[in-house]
Structure formats: C-alpha cells, structure tokens
Ligand binder design. Structure first.
Ligand SMILES: [Zn+2]
Length: 411
C-alpha cells in the first residue's frame, strides 16, 4: 500500500493554503486552489439547502459582550474566545464570535413568528474565531479562524422528530455524493446522575433524546450511544468519519437545543394564540471548510472527485520547432474547456515536457493533455485521465468536459 500522506503535505504540494507569521498562527490564507475547493463545496451545499427550504442570512463576525453573556459563551467558553476588543469612550467591549448561533437567534427574534412559518431554517457560511492554544494548532485541521457550513432550524418541539429525519437525510446525501461512506454516528446523551450540569427540564430532555435515537433507528443508521457527552443545552449527534490507520474524526455535529429559546426569549405564536418557545436544531453537515478540506485531502490523498479538483484539466504544449503553433492550439483548447466551467491550468513555460509533467502532477489534475504537432494537425486529442486515456474528437471537446466535471446531480 502507498504511504498515507498527512493533509499538510498534500496541501503544500497542491497549493491549498499558506500560513504567514505576520498574519498569525492558526489563520490560514486560502490560495486559489484551496478557494476553488471551498467554492465548489459551497455551491453544492447552497443548492441542496435551497432545495431543502433553507433561507440564507449574513451576520457580522463580532458582537458586544452582552450577546455572549446571554448565550452563556462567556461563562462556559470564555477561555476559548479571543480576548475582547476594547473600544474608546466607554463603549461596551466587543468579541470575535466563537459561534454563529447567537446572531441567528437575533435574526429569528427580529420579527413576530407564527407556528405556520415554522420550521424556519437560517443558513450561513459563517466565519468564527476560537483562541486555540498555539501548541494545538495543526494545518487546516486545528485553526483559530474557521468558516462553518452552519444553519439553525427553529421548530415546534412536537415537530422536531420530522425535522431531524430531514437533517439526517441531508447528511447522508452529502456523504454519499462525496463518496464518504465510511462513517457512523455518535449519539451523545446527558448524564442522569449529573443533571445539575444541564439546562432545561428533565421531561424535555427525555423527549429530545428519544427523538434523536428514534430518528437514527428509523433511518437504519449505524450509531453508538454515549452518556455524559451532550451539550449543556441539549443532546447531540456527532458524525464520525473513519480514517486510515484506524483513526476516527468528528466532522459534524447536529444538536437538538431545548434551552436557547428561553435564554434568548425566542417565541412563536401557536394556533391557540399562546407564545411558545421553539426548539433549535444546530447543524453543519460539512463542519468547517478548514477541517473538511483537510479531511477530504487525506481521505482521497489529494485525488479529489473531479467536480472538486482545483485543477481539473492541465494542458501542456510541447517544446520544439512548432512550439508557437502548439501554444496557440493549447490556448484554444483551454478557452473551450473554460467556457464550460472547467478549471484549467495552462503551462506556457519552456522547459522539458517531463519536468513540467512532474510539476503539474502535484496538483492531482483530473485530466492532462499534451499538445504537439500531431494534435495540431488532427481533429482528435488524447486526454489522459487519472487511470486511463481517452481519445476525444475536437467537436466533442466541450461536451466531454461539461459532462465529466459536473457535480452530483440533485434531482
Ligand atoms: Zn449553533
């Protein structure tokens, strides 16, 4: 078996991100190739979420201390947050946000809600900041700034089961589409002997935990049960991805929050005209871009599914007597492939073909095309895929890339 490379080495070869001492530890700068992966994932997820009835929102990366006092973050996770930003002239200090939830709760609270409007699903690719110990930082998998595939779903408590089924189905579809079949779920429940550590009513906890367990069983999903690992505001389900070398990585967490609505005074009007607290589902099937891209790079050893590959097609014109003709033809082929959305690397530098071939392979392209005299005079092109070669006629060139590079079909 080939050696399994760490995501940092693969990312370095593929030019995914860099860290810079003057920017700061744990604050990755995403390079064009890394950004291409992020954007392909976002496009895919936004389309799925749109079909699932989610609405997109945007919110600032900072907020006043009062928000995190209300949410409980300052009391419970204050030491994992960046120190406050002090403002002049007696203004209240502000914090970089460690989570998106409080901002989304405020969006829910911004208008009157009726039970007929629920569930309300607010989604955001939200940037959050965590003051991780510098010794714990590691490539993209442990960082101080991360962008979450976040959403909060406000639901009537009695309808939460149905919604959890939908959320779990969404998780399953995403992992299936990405070819991440080796995973299981971990159902984290409260510890009944330590009930004082949790917020909320015992009866609500029983119902919420039952919903999560029944949903996992209903969908026949593989899961283990762990007592004492629940969040203080509700039980949760973690997604555990099985990695090389018997390792397991937590990529996502789905929480059924039975307490935040009380803290934030969130309510909706029920059919009888009473104001009722909703339950909130926190979910992020792809976790954060940072950890998820690290996981994908390791899982596929850089050979990402074609629709995610940062370089989908690499074109190398041959040196030699007709170098200029080769370059012109290569440019034409590149333009045609770009016209149907392909991410193309066109290497117009001089130098030996072998050397340039070795260089471009670091990016794990989906296809490589060499353009020489023969190709310039022919109506066909040899396309080298990762495992096999194909001869494509020029008239099918665009169509070939349009079809091979299409993302998962969501119909
Ligand atoms: Zn949340």
């Amino acid at each position: 078996m080939d050696q399994i490379l760490d995501h940092r080495q693969i990312a370095d070869e593929m030019e995914i991100f860099v860290l810079d001492a003057e920017v700061g530890a744990g604050l990755p700068l995403w390079l064009p190739n890394g950004s291409a992966i992020r954007e392909a994932l976002e496009r895919y997820m936004k389309e799925l979420e749109q079909k699932g009835g989610y609405q997109r929102v945007h919110s600032p990366h900072i907020a006043k201390a009062a928000l995190y006092q209300r949410s409980g973050h300052l009391a419970k996770f204050g030491n994992e947050m960046f120190p406050p930003i002090e403002l002049p002239s007696g203004e209240e200090k502000m914090y970089l946000r460690p989570m998106n939830c409080p901002h989304h709760h405020k969006i829910f609270a911004a208008k009157m809600r009726s039970y007929r409007d629920l569930p309300i699903r607010l989604a955001e690719y939200g940037q959050v900041y965590r003051f991780e110990n510098s010794g714990a930082l590691r490539g993209l998998s442990r960082v101080r700034s991360l962008c979450q595939n976040d959403a909060h779903i406000y639901v009537q408590p009695e309808k939460a089961f149905e919604e959890i089924l939908k959320v779990l189905n969404l998780h399953e579809q995403v992992y299936r589409d990405l070819g991440l079949v080796d995973h299981h779920y971990r159902l984290s429940l409260h510890d009944p002997s330590q009930f004082h550590l949790y917020q909320g009513q015992k009866s609500d906890w029983r119902v919420a935990e039952d919903f999560l367990k029944k949903a996992l069983q209903h969908l026949n999903l593989k899961f283990v049960e762990v007592a004492g690992e629940a969040a203080f505001y509700g039980p949760k389900i973690d997604v555990q991805m099985e990695m090389a070398g018997d390792r397991e990585e937590s990529v996502a967490s789905l929480q059924l929050d039975i307490c935040s609505a009380e803290n934030f005074q969130l309510s909706y009007r029920d059919g009888a005209g009473n104001d009722v607290r909703p339950w909130v589902i926190h979910r992020a099937p792809l976790g954060s871009h940072e950890r998820f891209v690290a996981l994908l790079l390791e899982k596929f050893q850089g050979r990402l599914p074609l629709w995610l590959a940062p370089v989908q097609l690499a074109i190398l014109p041959m040196p030699g007597a007709r170098e200029e003709d080769n370059k012109r033809h290569a440019e034409h082929l590149a333009d045609q492939a770009r016209a149907v959305g392909a991410r193309v690397s066109l290497d117009l530098s001089s130098g030996s073909l072998n050397k340039r071939m070795r260089f471009v392979r670091r990016f794990r392209p989906g296809f490589i095309v060499v353009v020489g005299e023969k190709e310039c005079d022919s109506s066909e092109i040899v396309v080298r895929g990762r495992d096999s070669e194909k001869i494509i006629s020029l008239k099918d060139w665009k169509c070939f890339f349009r079809e091979s590079l299409a993302g998962p079909v969501q119909s």
